[in-house]
Design a protein around this ligand. Sequence first.
Ligand SMILES: [Zn+2]
Length: 55
Amino acid sequence: MRVFNCHDCGHKMRLTGESCGYCYTRKAWYQQSGVFCSAVALSCVVIGVILASIL
Ligand SMILES: [Zn+2]
């Protein structure tokens, strides 16, 4: 899964790994897989809570 582009070279970066696979620039903090997965998980929980309160 490649969701980010590198800031420096525009290379599409994998979600896993700490740096660009082409120029080896370190990813921004929000592009780190742990942070990204946490954000996705958190938004799923929030959406679930909202749906539960509506239904
Ligand atoms: Zn790069």
